[in-house]
Structures are given as structure tokens and as C-alpha cells.
Design a protein around this ligand. Structure first.
Ligand code: PEP
Ligand code: MG
Length: 603
């Protein structure tokens, strides 16, 4: 039955494929080679057998005074473990879909859990928890036997070869796709932490849908950086979709269509091709200098998460990196943080990857919706905390000076290899600025003491807390440049959690208060002769390009995938005409209305 699920449009484009429901994201997900199928099945078998042995031993050695429910419970666990549904299902996902063993096991767990949910009998429904426990034990037994995710898996093509038995409807849909054997896969999950997204980066998925998340949640940001269609905040999407359903992700409208009719599919196939043509047209602008009609040179920089993103930045025509979110080096490592050498090599790789163009490394911004590992909230009590207002970014760094000094030394050393700038996130207090500057001095002194080579860095501050935007004089005194982090500036100005889909409708970049803080930051920085840029999502949203130009902005930093669309706006703009209009927008009660009118007039 066809139906649609509505969420927030966070990454443009149309993706059509089969749903892959990912329930647990703390296990590895990668495609194996056909030659590895039997070895993967064997890994699951060995993991399962080890747990069966363990349970049988427990049963045999059961003390006389053990609670009488224990033996029947272990029997149930044994029965679940040896059930054909589990073993055959796992083999199916490995053989037919080429999923790695852990992915196959959790996918089958998900499928069986749904059957349990639908059962009338309460006793049987409750067996779901037992199944989860035994699968968890098998996963533990298997850990350590996993084939590491190699480069092959990470760079696997964006489609999976899928052998499948087709129903008539499926066959009809398949026939409408270009290639009958390669089916794009769409990842559907309740939630994905940025660390999980990183795991999926350059992987096999052609689209993402999550139940939770806001427009500028970091999950959405990574989806955008991957330039694949994504919808977040789709509420019950992961409950409504079944494994393997055909789905369409409309990343422009924020909709997922499930089990579409052939007519709808044809319509979206057409839209998808139109989008590809438009992108093709934009690539012609790659080497065109970014200059407005009245001759203003506009700097278009890239936001990156990993040094490996540098080629995409260059390919999009970026003239440097305006924001390297260094925290992605720190995530998903089970608490083992990267040491100085590893960080130094990563920052150096980014600088070298940009081939002489400047790179701004932002010091680590862990916390809020970017936990070190997969899940931000661990205990029930955590529900009462708002991590966005907690120990995050520079606060986290200052709370652990040894960790921060390690990063500072690594950045300073990498600066010997090219133009490297250092930028500090989430500053608000003079004391934080002073402590940060003192630690940078200390890092230099430690390198001197070691006789290590390091280079000069320009030092920047992010303006992303209203308190910072309202005390710009202090920031301009201590820093060489400022960069406006509109994602957080909007979050903190409007008191809207950027990761919470239930208040996403109030997250408004065009709110007069936000525009006032952005405008003042640009004007005051320029008055002091200091460089200023915007590196939040607003910079990559072409519907704000004219306004930002009108407010005087000349430097924008965004995902590589957004650069050409913004450049197109720049090339069509005359800043002389935009200045007066931008002042009107600033004064308006409803600036969004003027933005829409202007867009309609100019296109
Ligand atoms: C911002 O807040 O606008 C920003 C660029 O930083 P992040 O999105 O990583 O918090
Ligand atoms: Mg921020």
C-alpha cells in the first residue's frame, strides 16, 4: 500500500531505492565481497555456537538453589538462538545482499522483532527482549573476529548488487529503473549520530531518512556534505517502513514515499533526471571566478569533516577550507582520542590536500548532538539535561587542558606545511578567551622545549552565541578573524534545540533578531579591518546569498556540494543594489516575506 511520510528537507535531490532499516547503528555496516560470503556466515555460526555452549554449560551446572525461573529462561534463549528464522534470515542477508555478519544479524533481529510486536499473545510478545539479549551475546562473541572495514568497503559503489525474488509489482518497478540488477539502497533509521553518519560516508546509501533530528542537526549536516537526498524528523518513518520496501526520498520537499505506484515512480524518475541535468549545468561554473555584477570578489570556501574531503572541495572550486570540523576525528572511537601525531597527520593531510589554499581548523566541538560515541544520552537522568547548553565545544576543551594542548600542538605543527588558521568554537566569556590564548602559548612553549617545528597561525573565533555577537569589541581585540556559526547562533538566539524536530518549525534563520546579530557582526568586523565569514548552513543556502551580500558579507563557507549554486547567485547579484534592500529586510517584521518576493523578481 502506498503512503507518504513527512519530515524536514535537509539534503537536496531525489533518491529511489529499497529501504534498509538500521535498528542498531553501533555495529559495523559494510558490504562484503561475494568471495567472503561463507566466511561471514561462519563467523555468525561460531558466535552463535559459542553462546549455545555457554548457555548449555550454565544449564548443566545450575546450582540447586538457583531461582526456579532461570532454567526455563535459558531454554527459551537456546530455542531462540537455534531457530531457523534467525539462522536462515541471517544467511539470506549475507548471501543475497552481501551484508557483513553483524549487519545481517541485526537486520534479521529487526525483522523478527516486528513479527513479535504483531503477536496477540503477551507472553510471546515479551520474547522480543529475550531475542535481543541473545543476539547481543552473539554480537559480543563475534566482536574481535570482524574483518576490519577496509578501504574497499568504504569506497564501495553507491549501489548494491541485489539478487532477489520479485513480486509482480516489484518486477514492474524494477523494470522502470535504469538497471535491473543494481538497486540503490535508502537507509531508514530512528536516529543516526554524526559518528554513524561518518561510518556511512562514501558508503553505499543513496538516501537517508531518520525519525528524529532538525534541519541543522549534525546528522543532517553530514548528509548534506555527502550530497545525497535526506529527510530527517520523519517521526515514525522507521516504524512504518518495512525492510526492503521500495521508497522514494524527496530531499527537496522533505517527504518519503513508500511503495509508490508506477505513475508516481515515473514522475519522480523524471524529477531526478531534471535535478541531475541542473547539477550538470552548474558544474560549468566551476572555473568561473566568483565575482558579482558590480565587480565584488566573493570568497567561497568549503566546510569539511575529514581530510579526505579536500578533493571534493577543490573539485567544487572552493578557494580554501573555511571550516574543518575537527571533532569528526574524535568520534566513534570508544573514548580513545586521537593522539598528537594522528591529529598532526590529519591536519597536515588537509593542508596538503588543498594544494596551497588556506585551511581553517576549528578546534574540537564535541558535545550536544555530537557525542564522542554513538549516543549522547546514556541514563534516564540525562533526559533532564540539555547538552546544547552543557559542556560542549571550547567548554569541553578547557575542562580537559591536556587533551586540548594535544590538539593545539598538532595544529601548530601542521601549520608548518601551509596556510593554516585555527578557530575556536562557542566562546562567550572573556575568561574563556584568556584561558584559550594562554593554552595556545603553552602549546608553543611545549613545542619549543621539544625543538619541534611549527608554523604561524591566524587565530579566529566563532560567533555562535548571542553573548559573543553582543560583545564583538572584545572578540575583535583578541582575534584575527571571525566566523559566524549561524546554526548555533539561531539555536541560542531563538532557544530552539537545532536537533529537535518538534520545534523545527520555529528554527528560523530569517528571524529579525538573528539577522540583526549577523549584520552587526559583519559591519563591526569590517569596520575594524578584520576578516569575517559565515560558516553555518545559511552560507550554503542560495536563498540567503543575496541578503548576506547586501549585508556586506564577502566570504562564505559551506559544503562543497553547495558552492556552485551559491556561485550562480553571486554571479547574478549586484551588491550596489542589494545594500539598500538588505536594510529593508533587516527592519522588516517578516523578513522572510521580502526574501521570497526578491527571489520571485530575480528569477
Ligand atoms: C554553526 O554553529 O553554525 C557551525 C558552523 O558549527 P556547527 O554546525 O559544527 O555547530
Ligand atoms: Mg556551531
Amino acid at each position: 500500500m502506498s503512503f507518504s511520510v513527512h519530515g524536514l528537507a535537509v539534503s537536496r535531490g531525489i533518491a529511489i531505492g529499497r529501504a534498509v532499516l538500521v535498528g542498531r547503528v553501533d555495529v559495523a555496516h559494510y558490504f562484503i565481497d561475494a568471495s567472503q560470503v561463507e566466511a561471514e556466515i561462519d563467523r555468525v555460526r561460531r558466535g552463535r555456537n559459542a553462546v549455545v555452549d555457554e548457555l548449555q554449560r550454565l544449564l548443566a551446572d545450575m546450582p540447586k538453589d538457583a531461582p526456579h525461573e532461570l532454567a526455563p529462561l535459558l531454554d527459551v534463549h537456546l530455542m531462540l538462538l537455534q531457530d531457523d528464522d534467525l539462522t536462515e534470515g541471517v544467511k539470506h542477508w549475507i548471501r543475497d545482499r552481501l551484508y557483513n555478519a553483524e549487519w545481517a544479524l541485526t537486520t534479521q533481529l529487526e525483522a523478527i522483532s516486528r513479527q513479535f510486536d504483531e503477536m496477540e499473545d503477551e507472553y510471546l510478545r515479551e520474547r522480543k527482549a529475550d531475542l535481543e539479549q541473545v543476539v547481543q551475546r552473539v554480537l559480543q562473541r563475534m566482536s574481535g573476529t570482524a574483518v576490519p572495514i577496509g578501504d574497499d568497503a568504504r569506497t564501495a559503489p553507491a549501489v548494491a548488487r541485489v539478487k532477489r525474488r520479485k513480486s509482480d509489482q516489484q518486477a514492474q518497478l524494477d523494470g522502470m529503473l535504469d538497471d535491473n540488477t543494481d538497486v540503490p539502497l535508502i537507509l531508514v533509521a530512528h536516529d543516526l549520530a554524526p559518528a554513524d553518519m561518518l561510518q556511512f560516508k562514501r558508503s553505499v546509501f543513496a538516501g537517508f531518512v531518520t525519525d528524529v533530528g532538525g534541519k541543522t542537526s549534525h546528522t543532517a549536516i553530514v548528509a548534506r556534505s555527502m550530497d545525497i537526498p535526506a529527510v530527517v524528523g520523519a517521526r515514525a518513518a522507521s516504524q512504518l517502513v518495512r525492510q526492503d520496501d521500495w521508497v522514494i526520498v524527496d530531499g527537496d520537499a522533505g517527504i518519503m514515499l513508500v511503495d509508490p505506484s508506477p505513475i508516481i515512480l515515473a514522475e519522480y524518475g523524471f524529477k531526478q533526471r531534471q535535478g541531475e541535468l541542473e547539477r550538470g549545468r552548474l558544474t560549468r561554473l566551476r572555473h568561473t571566478p566568483s565575482i558579482t555584477l558590480d565587480g565584488q570578489k566573493i570568497e567561497l570556501l568549503a566546510n569539511i569533516e575529514m581530510p579526505e574531503d579536500a578533493p571534493a572541495a577543490l573539485a567544487a572550486g572552493a578557494v580554501g577550507v573555511g571550516l574543518f570540523r575537527s571533532e569528526f576525528l574524535f568520534m566513534g572511537r570508544h573514548g580513545k582520542l586521537p593522539d598528537e601525531e594522528e591529529q598532526y597527520l590529519a591536519y597536515r593531510a588537509a593542508v596538503e590536500g588543498m594544494q596551497g589554499l588556506p585551511v581553517t581548523v576549528r578546534t574540537v566541538d564535541i558535545g550536544a548532538d555530537k557525542p564522542l560515541d554513538h549516543h549522547a544520552k546514556v541514563t534516564k537522568e540525562d533526559d533532564y539535561l540539555n547538552p546544547a547548553l552543557g559542556l560542549r565545544a571550547i567548554r569541553w576543551s578547557l575542562a580537559d587542558p591536556a587533551m586540548f594542548l594535544t590538539q593545539l600542538r598538532a595544529i601548530l605543527r601542521a601549520a608548518a606545511h601551509g596556510q593554516l588558521n585555527m578557530m575556536i568554537p562557542m566562546l562567550a566569556h572573556a575568561s574563556e578567551i584568556h584561558q584559550t590564548l594562554a593554552l595556545i602559548e603553552q602549546a608553543r612553549a611545549e613545542l619549543d622545549a621539544r625543538g619541534a617545528v611549527y608554523g604561524p597561525v591566524k587565530l579566529g573565533a566563532m560567533i555562535e552565541i548571542p553573548a559573543a555577537a553582543l560583545t564583538l569589541r572584545m572578540f575583535l581585540k583578541y582575534f584575527d578573524f571571525l566566523s559566524i556559526g549561524t546554526n548555533d547562533l539561531i539555536q541560542y538566539t531563538l532557544a530552539i534545540d537545532r536537533a529537535d524536530e518538534s520545534v523545527a518549525h520555529l528554527y528560523d534563520p530569517a528571524h529579525p533578531a538573528v539577522l540583526r546579530l549577523v549584520a552587526d557582526t559583519i559591519v563591526q568586523s569590517q569596520a575594524q579591518g578584520k576578516a569575517v565569514s559565515v560558516c553555518g548552513e545559511m552560507a550554503g543556502d542560495a536563498s540567503f546569498t543575496r541578503l548576506l551580500l547586501g549585508l556586506g558579507l564577502r566570504s562564505f563557507s559551506m559544503h562543497p556540494s553547495q558552492i556552485l549554486a551559491v556561485k550562480q547567485e553571486v554571479l547574478r547579484s549586484d551588491t550596489l543594489k542589494l545594500t539598500a534592500w538588505a536594510q529593508l529586510v533587516l527592519e522588516a517584521e517578516d523578513p522572510a516575506e521580502l526574501l521570497v518576493q526578491n527571489a520571485a523578481k530575480s528569477h
